[in-house]
Design a protein around this ligand. Structure first.
Ligand code: FNR
Length: 362
């Protein structure tokens, strides 16, 4: 049967993937309250469409950190994509390029920065986890720069791994035929089996819990690439990120995989947008599954959005073709939402095009 929306890939992936892998991709932390809320919150935002506007031409293009892309829909970093499909991150990179948009490669990819670069031209960001060994970090950032990556997305919500109970039950571990390719030569590419989540143990062993704002400044001494701070959900941290020299913010709760009972990202977005005062762009990820979700995020002030799980599930179902299809479906739904709302370019999407249950009565 034909796939007609992004959500349908989840069920297909569930049938195809080993339970350990599907659960790792799908699950959130603890009660998974935030996981459900990331989706539910979108349904509490309704449209105020404008009518009788010529929508025969719609322009979805935008510019992110100076790079022109075909639509404000980008790919979030997600780890270990070769568990989904043999081509893993390479298929994702090709699909993103074909769609004219940005892919963010995870530090924990099962393909290296060089391998991803060799798939051909494309605008790519590199997501960074900061290891205790700062030489490892400096080397990795240099390699990403050399491989033509255009920005660093510094993940700041993971001093420790969130408690993902499915991974604990399944004793999740990277399958032995795969490696965290970026760390292969550094003896950090393998994950040991543990008596809980192998990834949680890996993080506890290698990731630097002391990471703080001064390290954001340190990062700027080792790279000229712009830094996006990924994982901000408050006004306070927005102001600190700007002070620390961030080029942008990604409002993210890590796909609800870290601290449970944080708000849905779409609920936190406006607070961050207001605090940023237009000084740096604010992006969002978490629960985006429809073109209407993309529109809602832009109406609430996002400069663009990123998708995580839809890439993994479509990759598992159909490889590169699946990821292309996800991007195409979201593009078409978003274009239709713009048309039916009376918007012909992204700058025409305003706060008045949506109403939320936290707005005052008009
Ligand atoms: C992630 N995410 C993530 N983030 C990051 O900074 N580095 C990483 O390696 C990963 N890995 C990862 C693996 C898996 C399986 C998932 C589901 C997520 C978080 C990701 O970048 C993004 O914030 C969320 O996935 C967005 O939410 P949705 O679109 O999955 O709802």
């Amino acid at each position: 049967m034909e796939v007609t929306n992004v959500m349908e890939y989840e069920a297909i992936a569930k049938q195809k993937l080993p339970k350990m892998v599907f659960d790792y991709y799908a699950s959130g932390a603890e009660d998974q309250w935030t996981l459900a809320e990331n989706r539910n919150a979108f349904s509490r935002i309704l449209f105020r469409p404008r009518i009788l506007i010529d929508v025969s031409r719609i322009d979805m293009t935008t510019t992110v950190l100076g790079f022109k892309i075909s639509m404000p829909i980008m790919i979030a970093p997600s780890a270990m994509q070769k568990m989904a499909h043999p081509e893993g991150e390479l298929a994702t990179a090709r699909a993103a390029s074909a769609a004219g948009t940005i892919m963010t490669l995870s530090s924990w990819a099962t393909s290296s920065v060089e391998e991803v670069a060799s798939t051909g031209p494309g605008i790519r960001f590199f997501q960074l986890y900061v290891y205790k060994d700062r030489n490892v970090v400096a080397q990795l950032v240099r390699r990403a720069e050399r491989a033509g990556f255009k920005a660093i997305a510094l993940t700041v919500d993971t001093p420790r791994l969130g408690r993902r109970e499915a991974d604990i039950k399944n004793r999740f571990v990277l399958p032995p035929y795969l490696t965290l390719k970026n760390f292969e030569g550094l003896n950090l590419g393998k994950m040991d089996q543990a008596n809980d989540s192998g990834l949680a143990s890996y993080v506890a062993g290698q990731i630097d819990r002391t990471l703080s704002w001064k390290d954001v400044q340190w990062l700027q001494t080792i790279t000229k690439l712009p830094i996006l701070v990924k994982g901000v959900i408050t006004a306070e941290d927005t102001r600190l990120a700007i002070q620390a020299g961030a080029a942008g913010i990604i409002v993210s709760n890590h796909g609800a995989r870290q601290l449970d009972y944080v708000p849905a990202t779409i609920m936190a977005l406006e607070e961050v947008v207001k605090a940023a005062q237009g000084r740096i762009p604010v992006f969002l990820d978490g629960g985006v599954r429809r073109g209407t979700d993309v529109f809602k995020a832009l109406a609430l002030g996002a400069a663009g959005i990123f998708i995580g799980r839809p890439v993994l599930f479509s990759l598992a179902a159909e490889g590169e073709a699946g990821v292309r299809k996800v991007l195409q479906m979201l593009r078409e739904e978003f274009e239709l939402t713009m048309a039916l709302s009376g918007c012909t370019s992204l700058k025409e999407i305003t706060r008045d095009h949506v109403t939320t249950d936290w707005d005052l009565p008009r």
